[in-house]
Design a protein around this ligand. Structure first.
Ligand code: ATP
Ligand code: MG
Length: 407
């Protein structure tokens, strides 16, 4: 079996709640590991081991571990009996391909082991030392060999690979992400995975059933993001009829903001159904006309729960770098028609007057325009990067919500 040692960092700071976070992390690792094939997970007080069948490639295993929020770093390890001769043998095999300078970092977790940590490091160092090929450098070595001595076994490894860190998905509650086909909102959603949030997705579209391009694009983006959490649902909300209904009320300069206010009204129904505690958007101050501080204020005005925009202070370059890292960039840059650009003035209003837009929207028969959007919403489910089902979401405007939807 390929054996990996997994470490977690932020969870360690959780004091009495630590167990809660650890259990979720182990469950998430199990769900991910099952997508690769035969595996075994063992959770010991301060570490997690995962073993995978030898038929599974280490490249696939490591790509998978790099996606699991809560993992601080991981190492492919070799284990042996806690006996010095056995330890020397493994140490020699692990370092046989290395050349240059090295250092042994030993840790004696089993306090009855006869040698103390510095002594173990010295002895193992001498065993692998080869004149001209591997020389010791204690202050700035090119390679490190880690030796952890436990009562039942000793683990050895040379490399630590960084994981995403943060908190395990599912430990902080749920958020509803308003995801467009662009670069930003997928990255914003991924940011919140790292903070332990489970993310449900909602996308508004104005294409017909036969126009599959935008739909396929958003599905591909969410499918990619679905490999970062165990279960994922995407709500596809038809928005075209509503847009056609409101253009007679809202002047073209204000439509962009009005569309986004309508999105929040509709999203509140899905948030309620999914028991989410807030929204995620990909907004970043000043990026486009809808994201001036005044317009963000006008948009968030209708949100019933907190709007979390993790990219709010980030520059496009940083966001693009993250989009590449998480695998959404290539899909995001495919050109598409975002529904927000439907019948807009080429120079949209940069500072919407909140009272004015409220007055204008007061003319719109809100419930009548929202009901068909909600009733024709589809839900698509993914499990770790795989499509599971697609069906009508069967949502109705909940009782008591009709009043909330009015401006
Ligand atoms: P993105 O790259 O995420 O598309 P953007 O820079 O194009 O962002 P806008 O089009 O102004 O910016 O959208 C800002 C935010 O509004 C998006 O990040 C997303 O959260 C939300 N949003 C925009 N269009 C849609 C849509 N069609 N469906 C759901 N959410 C949307
Ligand atoms: Mg967009």
């Amino acid at each position: 079996m390929h054996k990996y040692l997994i470490r977690f960092d932020e969870i360690c700071l959780k004091g009495g709640n630590r167990r809660y976070f650890e259990d979720i992390l182990v469950k998430n690792i199990k769900a991910s590991a099952n997508t690769l094939g035969k595996n075994r997970i063992e959770f010991l007080r301060d570490r997690i081991y995962v073993e995978f069948d030898l038929s599974i490639s280490c490249k696939d295993i490591e790509a998978l571990l790099m996606k699991i929020a809560g993992i601080c770093d991981f190492s492919k390890i070799t284990t042996c009996e806690s006996d010095l001769d056995k330890i020397y043998q493994v140490a020699k095999t692990l370092t046989s391909d290395l050349s240059g300078t090295f250092k042994v970092e030993a840790k004696r977790n089993y306090k009855k082991f006869p040698q103390k940590s510095p002594e173990i490091a010295r002895l193992v160092g001498s065993a692998v030392y080869i004149e001209d090929k591997l020389t010791v450098d204690l202050s700035n070595p090119e390679h490190k060999l880690y030796v952890h001595v436990y009562k039942e076994e000793t683990l050895l490894y040379c490399k630590k690979t960084q994981g995403p860190g943060g908190l395990p998905v599912g430990s902080s509650g749920r958020l509803l992400s308003l995801v467009s086909g662009g670069i930003d909102s997928p990255v914003a959603s991924w940011n919140m995975f790292q903070r332990g949030c489970r993310v449900v997705f909602a996308h508004f579209h104005n294409h017909h059933d036969e126009e599959k391009d935008v739909r396929d694009k958003v599905m591909t983006l969410v499918k990619t993001l679905s490999s970062y959490q165990p279960y994922t649902r995407l709500y596809m909300i038809p928005f075209g009829e509503l847009q056609r209904a409101i253009i007679g009320f809202v002047p073209s300069k204000m439509r962009m903001v009005s569309y986004r206010r309508m999105m929040f009204r509709i999203a509140s129904i899905i948030r309620h159904k999914e028991k989410c505690k807030g929204y995620i958007t990909g907004d970043s101050v000043g990026q486009v006309a809808s994201q001036t501080l005044d317009n963000l204020r006008a948009i968030h005005d209708v949100a019933d729960y907190p709007v979390i925009s993790p990219l709010i202070g980030q520059n496009k370059n940083e966001v693009m770098a993250n989009a590449r890292k998480i695998g959404t960039y290539d899909t995001s840059i495919i050109p598409y028609d975002d529904c927000c650009s439907f019948l807009l003035d080429p120079h949209p209003e940069q500072a919407i007057d909140l009272h004015e837009i409220r007055e204008i929207e007061a003319q719109i028969p809100m419930v009548d325009v929202i009901r068909p959007c909600i009733e024709n919403t589809k839900v698509i489910a993914f499990e770790m990067g795989k499509l599971v089902y697609e069906k009508n979401a069967g949502i109705k405007i909940p009782q008591g919500f009709e009043d909330r939807l009015r401006p």
